[in-house]
Write a protein that binds this ligand. Structure first.
Ligand SMILES: N[C@@H](CCC(=O)N[C@@H](CS)C(=O)NCC(=O)O)C(=O)O
Length: 207
């Protein structure tokens, strides 16, 4: 199977870490985001949304969207379970994961798209008010996570799941490229960060 990715991009990193947790080997093909290769006819045929990651199966079928890809990998190699055991745990993982995607990752994306790096590429006219508002919402979300992680070791409860992978990839990207590093006083958040960063899957695919 081929994974279309780009070094440093947070969404392909989610899939790489997920696959490493499962012991699944993926062949990697770089799609140069700087050259807009994700919008080429060839890549749009694989994923009409013009984004990476894309997983191409051996028979040529393609899957876009990190979570859809991870669900497919979970089906191929069920253990270790990363989406939660069927029933309450799966619902709880899904809830926390959706909160992280919809309330944190989306705001990091807004701050990124309206920030100086994307502006320097001349692709879109940045909206400073949108960047500033997203920036504040991300910092507020970090404080919420810090409180939650004072009561449990992982994002969705007692064990490592896809919610941790998404949160880690998002926060590392935000800290490195969006000027959104969590404050030092958020000690529970940083302890969680250290806990998940020492996993072999994460060491293998650093930010
Ligand atoms: N919801 C999508 C987001 C994919 C996404 O935004 N990928 C970024 C790279 S991390 C991308 O392809 N950006 C290029 C673009 O939007 O043109 C997923 O989870 O896969």
């Amino acid at each position: 199977m081929i994974l279309y990715d780009f070094p440093g991009a947070p969404n392909p990193r989610r899939v790489l870490i997920f696959a490493a947790e499962k012991g699944i080997d993926l062949q990697r093909v770089t799609v140069d985001l700087g050259k807009r290769e994700q919008r080429s006819d060839a890549m749009l045929a694989k994923n009409p949304s013009g984004k990476i990651p894309v997983l191409e199966l051996d028979d040529g079928r393609c899957i876009g969207e990190s979570v859809a890809i991870c669900r497919y990998l979970e089906h191929l190699v069920p253990e270790p379970n990363l989406f939660g055991a069927p029933g309450f745990e799966a619902a709880e993982v899904e809830m926390h994961h959706r909160h992280i995607e919809l309330e944190l990752f989306s705001q990091v994306g807004t701050a990124w798209v309206n920030g100086p790096i994307v502006a320097s590429m001349g692709l879109i006219e940045p909206i400073e008010a949108a960047r500033a508002r997203a920036h504040d919402l991300v910092l507020a979300y970090y404080r919420r996570l810090d409180k939650a992680l004072a009561t449990r070791p992982y994002m969705a409860g007692k064990r490592f799941t896809i919610a941790d992978i998404t949160a880690l990839c998002c926060i590392d990207f935000a800290a490195k490229l969006v000027n959104l590093k969590p404050a030092a006083e958020l000690t529970s958040l940083w302890q969680w960060h250290a806990r998940v960063s020492e996993r072999p899957s994460v060491v293998a695919y650093p930010a």
